[in-house]
Design a protein around this ligand. Structure first.
Ligand SMILES: Cc1cc2nc3c(=O)[nH]c(=O)nc-3n(C[C@H](O)[C@H](O)[C@H](O)COP(=O)(O)OP(=O)(O)OC[C@H]3O[C@@H](n4cnc5c(N)ncnc54)[C@H](O)[C@@H]3O)c2cc1C
Length: 306
């Protein structure tokens, strides 16, 4: 690790050792990152990934932290935070967004420029990178609909540009996830024009509707499980008698059964224990194996580890 910190110092890349990750996650749980790195530009991120790949150093990536449950024991090695890579611009009639830009700012940027198609993103927490990996979406749209081109770094440390089609978006999945690609930036379609007022009205409608349904009064990570074919995780959880079920200070939301909430001072192991309990109870009661949408770090090393 000393070699890496001296590399970071030499390249002027900001880092912190033994850094608390909790505040960077939607659930507000998890231990410390052994080495947290905060690249301030895409060239810094590129150099950093090159360093890790060439030395076969595993690393984790955290965007908005909206879809991860970091272990109470923390994250070993290098954790890269993309939050400072948040620039957005209009270029050749399209929107170009860096990987750490938030969904909310992307939706607001599109609205300000009278560009429609991004309204559905307004209330999805997290970053462009995280949203592309997961093909984030809801009833009103998904990333697949707006993505033209994504610049990413491959596991072999090459930069590639993938068209929307080449991203192989599926339900909460993409090629980035499968091929261990790191998203640098993305270009989005900006051809659907509407008056800003109408776009904002639609954004607010979607947000209000979601906030009526979601338990936003407690820290939560959105839907815990993927929707099983032909059914809803929330319905299965309800009929299996899991509504309100608790492990420590984690609880299956009484407002939206598909969510788990942190009632205050819950630990990652409370949440993970509750997820396992719900999966077991739903399997026993309904015969359905609920698949987790949320990512356990470090266990589900995902696309970011070499
Ligand atoms: C209240 C709430 C509501 C939600 N509603 C929705 C919803 O309606 N629809 C939906 O789809 N999701 C929803 N989510 C889940 C979450 O918002 C999305 O999955 C979001 O896309 C996660 O983005 P992130 O930047 O926070 O990713 P993180 O949680 O930081 O990371 C998720 C994964 O992406 C990887 N990653 C992050 N950045 C990059 C990058 N640049 N390159 C490669 N890999 C990267 C991480 O390593 C990790 O594996 C909700 C979450 C919350 C808390």
């Amino acid at each position: 690790m000393r070699e890496t910190t001296s590399f970071l110092r030499q390249n002027g890349i900001s880092y912190r050792e033994n850094y608390p990750v909790q505040a960077h996650t939607a659930y507000k749980v998890g231990g410390n990152a052994e080495l947290a790195v905060f690249p301030a530009s895409l060239p810094e991120l590129r150099v950093l990934i090159g360093w890790c790949r060439s030395r076969k150093l595993p690393f984790f990536l955290i965007g908005g932290g909206a879809n991860i449950i970091v272990s109470d024991d923390g994250l070993p090695g290098i954790t890269i935070f993309t939050e400072n890579l948040n620039q957005l611009k209009l270029q050749n009639g399209k929107i170009v967004a860096q990987c750490g830009a938030s969904m909310e700012t992307l939706a607001l940027f599109a609205a300000e420029h009278g560009i429609s198609g991004f309204e559905f993103l307004y209330d999805i927490p997290g970053s462009v990178g995280g949203a592309l990996i997961m093909n984030a979406g809801n009833n009103d749209g998904e990333m697949k609909n707006v993505t033209c081109l994504v610049q990413a770094v491959t596991a072999a440390n090459r930069i590639v540009s993938l068209t929307g089609r080449q991203c192989e978006f599926g339900y909460r999945t993409s090629r980035f996830k499968e091929d261990k690609l790191v998203v640098l930036q993305a270009t989005f379609n900006a051809s659907d024009r509407r008056p800003e007022k109408a776009i904002r009205a639609e954004m607010n409608r979607i947000k209000e509707e979601r906030h009526r349904k979601f338990p936003m009064e407690f820290p939560n990570g959105g839907s815990v499980f993927k929707r099983p074919p032909g059914d809803y995780a929330g319905r299965l959880i309800e009929v299996s008698g899991c509504g309100g079920l608790r492990v420590g200070n984690a609880q299956v939301s009484t407002k939206h059964r598909g969510f788990i909430v942190n009632l205050g001072n819950a630990t990652a192991s409370d949440i993970r224990g509750l997820i396992a309990l719900v999966q077991k109870q739903v399997k026993t009661s309904q015969g359905v194996a609920l698949e987790r949408e949320q990512i356990f770090l470090p266990e589900d090393t995902g696309q970011s580890n070499v």
